[in-house]
Design a protein. Sequence first.
Length: 196
Amino acid sequence: MDNTSPFCFALMMQEDIVTKHLVLRQPVEADVGAMVDALSDFGISRNLARVPYPYHRDDALDFLRFVAGSNGRSRFSAIALREEPSQLIGMISYEWSEGKQDAEFGYWLARAQWGKGLMTEAAQVMVDHAFGEDQIPLLISCFHDDNPVSGKILSRVGFERVGACMHYSRAQGRELPVTNMRYERERWLQTKNAGM
């Protein structure tokens, strides 16, 4: 990527987060191919609210433009394995909403990486970053009721169920039943202070 890229300034501002198995880093234009490959799998895109299906290069570039223009309390991270930090295997984010005083938490992982505990690892460190570094007061999320694995990941990292509603899936082109979840920074702090 050269310095004339429309994403250049925003992309240089986010520091990597390194875990036992993963690197959470700024998504870059070199990730577009991996994003298109992964999100062209309907088994992934069907569970995401704003992702179209089929997924094209222009969709990935639109997403990168959106990330570059997002506010400073939001974080959008490409997920990569530590041994292959340049190879995107998923995305995880929290998107801050000034008007609501919360951030929406979301993620996806390429099918080849499912069942290895990687998303729980990424979600835990991202929750810690949201509450610790950015002092987000509240994280909200939801999962499609026919995708209970996502609900289990959210529960493992501290989210609690708070209700249900219908939510539009762009990939499926219809409203679907979802379970709403939330995690308050105050409860996270109590857990940290208790040494849990």
